[in-house]
Design a protein around this ligand. Structure first.
Ligand SMILES: [Zn+2]
Length: 94
């Protein structure tokens, strides 16, 4: 039997797509969070609505480790939302 990973990966790091480190978001909130990051990247100076409470003023910090993955820390002072959004990047084929 073969195990290419060599060890059992942390299930929290195995999830595909949006990945959150702390407060779990609902699937709808995760979708809104991704949309918020996309809007923020398109216009960093624009106010971004919180995916949980909907109030503008969501704080987004880019912690990306390109070209491997994008990490965005999202925090909201209105509802206390504090999550990290992980957007895996497709690695270049070799
Ligand atoms: Zn909020």
């Amino acid at each position: 039997m073969s195990d290419p990973e060599g060890q059992t990966p942390d299930p929290a790091e195995e999830a595909e797509g949006a990945q959150l480190a702390s407060d779990p978001l609902s699937p709808e909130e995760a979708r809104l969070a991704l949309a918020a990051v996309a809007a923020w990247r398109a216009n960093p100076k624009a106010a971004v609505a919180c995916p949980r409470c909907g109030r503008e003023g969501l704080a987004i910090v880019d912690r990306s480790a390109r070209p491997y993955a994008e990490w965005h820390a999202l925090s909201c002072s209105s509802c206390g939302l504090d999550v990290t959004l992980h957007i895996p990047l497709t690695p270049p084929s070799s």
